[in-house]
Design a protein around this ligand. Sequence first.
Ligand SMILES: [Zn+2]
Length: 153
Amino acid sequence: MKQEEIGLRVRRIKHGTVIDHIAAGQALNVLRILGITDRSNEVVSVVMNVSDRKKDIVKIEDRELKPEEVDKIALISPDATINIIRDYEVVAKHRVILPSQIEGVVRCMNPNCITNTDEPVRPRFVIHRNDAVELHCVYCGRVISERIADFLI
Ligand SMILES: [Zn+2]
């Protein structure tokens, strides 16, 4: 597919954020991480499985994502890029940065972990990236390395 055809499929936005190079199939999980639901007011375009690149794209109009929001995206799509658009121009472009720790974003898969009991303990993970992203629970040591999106809070 040529670049113009992709452009036709997703129109340019005037202001907002374009998240590109999302791992194929993860666009809806990106929306989940950003807290965008059917009750949100943002105008959002999603393109999944862009044919010759096997990547997803998300465009969010009139909202500039903050670093702490975009870095969560790295959990499920560490190669994603963030483009901030103002007046149809890209004014900032950067890759997501995988944080070294994350708190309150993902729940532990261990049902006996203190973070899954009635104790008011927020789940916290140390993050490693080998080939894949790995989350190590700081409380029980359980490692999540697959289907991280399934454990999003
Ligand atoms: Zn745990």
